[in-house]
Design a protein around this ligand. Sequence first.
Ligand code: NAD
Length: 328
Amino acid sequence: MTTRILVTGGAGFIGSHYVRTLLGPDGPGDVAVTVLDSLTYAGNPANLDAVRAHPGFRFVRGDICDPAAVDPLMAEHDQVVHFAAESHVDRSIDGGDTFIRTNVLGTHTLVAAAHRAGIQTFVQISTDEVYGSIDEGSWPETHPLRPSSPYSSAKASGDLIALSYHHTHGLDVRVTRCSNNYGHHHFPEKAIPLFITHLMDGRKVPLYGDGGNVRDWLHIDDHVQGIELVRTRGRAGEIYNIGGGTELTNRQLVELLLAEFGTDWAGAVEQVADRKGHDRRYSVDCTKIREELGYAPRVPFTTGLADTVRWYRENRAWWEPLKARAAL
Ligand code: NAD
């Protein structure tokens, strides 16, 4: 029987890759997908061109905060995978209103509607940033939440609200918390695509502070693999960390990119004032998803990065207008 999946935020970076994978040749085959997306600056209909003609695909433009848009869709679906969010930390530092609205109120609108409609499974896509910064070791899922930016605080709030619907109403909510994603179709305000496209245009890469902040990098293929394991085999009310297993300082990341471009540090990097409240290090402990669901990241970082650079080189028409519009 076909499982009808409502994917929120499916026109964005990760959501669109999830939809393309579900409906592609390596997908499960027994799913139909509706994307609900309001098409903010980060939503791009072109990200869904590859699946637009698929008989199991439908696109609905709508706001997850609007019950009139959400309720009728819930009634027509079996499962929800919830990606829609305001996702850029720097924008949340400039102003948190839309972050609270979408990431908190929007998540509540969705879980409340999912509960009313009797949705089978609700997957809340979250972030490792909800744990805050960690100097040593890695966070297990039981680690206390200490988010530090308006973005991560709003995501943590959304997680708690979603989980409360499991605790209170028995809704099958599963939460994933992943590390920094990278790959093709990534909006060029985020570090890796910003750096790649700046280097392509001979512009200097802006490096925050001393460049010593550490992030774990996760290829979008591996993120989608983890989400699918959780959607199909995870347990209700559980949280699963998903990581890529490659921790790098921002300085190391820039060095790898400079090597891709055959460029020297001196002429290509500009150190800029640090981000306010910048978390020093993130590190997820992925023991639970590995032991319980058999997750293992498959894309080596150097291969994934080289593929990503190639994609941006070959798809200037995709990113150039986005950078121009966002004045990046
Ligand atoms: P993105 O910014 O590329 O895409 C977000 C999508 O949500 C866009 O298509 C946008 O139009 C849509 N959207 C925003 N507000 C909406 C609303 N009110 N109603 C309907 N649609 C709305 O984000 P992304 O990088 O693809 O991230 C997807 C999810 O993964 C987010 O929940 C984010 O918190 C989480 N996440 C991302 C990363 C990462 O590295 N990118 C890491 C960890 C977790």
